[in-house]
Design a protein around this ligand. Structure first.
Ligand code: AMP
Ligand code: GLY
Length: 421
């Protein structure tokens, strides 16, 4: 099979790495990819959102399976376009990707189908939101821009003053662009956060092993929110009892609800969960693999990812074996100093092949590029994910941090407490 993966981050590198292990995969491409992905796949210079060019490329190369990693092309209807062109593609159609694309949609869906989530109120006018907040006296409270905002459209406000300023940011000065045309105000919840990714074929949902993310830039969850500074799998909070509850009350009902709404979901649903004192509740849905969750989940998957993707497309997910290693994984993100605010690019990276002959450590590239001299250099905020596998989480963490200094670039920044949550 010829396979095309769409996207350019650490998540796509992990997907390419796993797909390549399939005996069915004869050739693999990535659009647009990055300098690390280029070592595993043929990268093609097509933007992930250039749908006509992606379709034309897949036709020309007679691609047998295209896998969409990123969210933006999904919301733009890349899957619909591939299907219309008679091409096989893994991911939700536009009318199902709305599960991630609109917070208002997902909150209304959960409300309608009794799926546990925070209480919420929806606004399309800033004045109405402010009137509501003036009468509201329980803080903190959470403000969310309706649309995609690179995971940054969420404000946790500790008092009325902050909340008023937050409404202005989202709805008036439009800090997150048109994502703020509509806003959701949510009850503040507490508890450990767990990410559960799942395969879906429209009717069947098969959860993957759990993971936890570390979103803040610095140790002890200090500093600004980032795209994710590291992950680990499994989460000790996600016990078999909690998993059973989530399957029954969250995962299956979500897939059934989408089907009942005429929005059959095929692809990955990422359940962002908070394990509150009143039970697990949905924080958010994503319509794709998580980044950097994928980097710790896929290395724990036994067997063939191509078979699973095909079963999702064909609606035969119930029949395909999905087994997991009885181990643990940690991913420590090496970021550019200054991320997520301001950082330099173009620094050469040393030690990129340090783990080439090991199967218990890998390096997934997120923001790397080739410079004019053909050197691999930093080219983004999150540069690399260093992944370590071992029998237990403690051993994986120790291994990861012990080996990490072999990989280096100027002004590298990483958290020293990944996996210690
Ligand atoms: P989201 O993009 O919806 O996942 O939100 C980003 C982060 O904001 C989450 O990972 C949580 O840490 C936090 N958050 C979102 N919604 C709530 C909520 N209702 N209560 C408490 N924290 C929240
Ligand atoms: N790690 C969070 C996300 O992928 O949205």
């Amino acid at each position: 099979m010829k396979i095309l993966v769409v996207g350019s981050g650490g998540r796509e590198h992990a997907i390419v790495w796993k797909l390549k292990q399939s005996p069915k995969c004869t050739e693999i491409f990535c659009a647009p990819g990055n300098a690390g992905i280029a070592q595993d796949a043929a990268c093609v210079k097509i933007a992930a959102t250039d749908i006509p060019a992606l379709v034309a490329f897949a036709k020309e190369k007679q691609i047998d399976l295209t896998v969409i990693g990123m969210d933006d092309p999904l919301m733009l209807g890349v899957v619909d376009a591939f299907e219309e062109a008679g091409l096989r593609v893994f991911g939700p159609r536009k009318n199902a990707a709305i599960l991630e694309g609109s917070k208002a949609f997902s909150k209304e869906l959960m409300h309608k189908y009794g799926i546990p989530t925070a209480d919420f109120w929806e606004f399309t006018e800033s004045e109405a939101a402010k009137t509501f907040l003036k009468e509201h006296d329980t803080y903190p409270i959470v403000l969310k821009a309706d649309g995609l905002a690179l995971g940054k459209g969420v404000l946790i406000c500790n008092n009325e003053e902050e909340a008023m300023a937050g409404v202005d940011e989202i709805m008036v000065s439009k800090k997150f662009g048109s994502a703020g045309d509509c806003m959701v105000i949510e009850e503040f919840m507490t508890g450990p956060e767990v990410s559960v990714l799942s395969f879906c074929d429209g009717t069947t949902v098969r959860p993957m092993v759990s993971a936890q993310d570390h979103k803040r830039a610095f140790d002890h969850d200090q500093g600004l929110n980032t795209g994710g500074m590291g992950t680990f799998s499994p989460s000790k909070y996600y016990t078999p009892e909690i998993a059973a509850f989530c399957e029954e009350h969250i995962f299956k009902p979500t897939v059934a609800a989408m089907q009942a709404e005429g929005r059959t979901f095929k692809g990955i649903i990422f359940f962002g969960l908070m394990l509150t004192p009143n039970g697990p509740k949905v924080l958010e849905y994503n319509a794709r693999f998580g980044d950097p969750e994928t980097q710790v989940v896929l290395p724990r998957l036994k067997g063939d990812l191509v078979d699973i993707f095909e079963a999702c497309i064909d609606g035969t997910l119930e029949q395909v074996p999905i087994d997991w290693e009885d181990n643990a994984a940690v991913c420590i993100v090496l970021a550019s100093g200054g991320y997520p605010v301001k950082y330099a690019k173009g620094y050469p990276i040393e030690g990129l092949h340090a783990f080439d002959d090991r199967d218990d450590m890998m390096i997934f590239h997120a923001g790397t590029a080739l410079n004019e001299e053909g050197q691999i250099v930093t080219s983004g905020g999150r540069v690399l994910g260093i992944v370590a596998l071992d029998r237990t989480l403690d051993e994986a963490i120790a291994k990861g941090y012990e080996n990490l200094p072999q990989v280096h670039f100027k002004d590298v920044h990483f958290r020293t407490d990944i996996g210690r949550k």
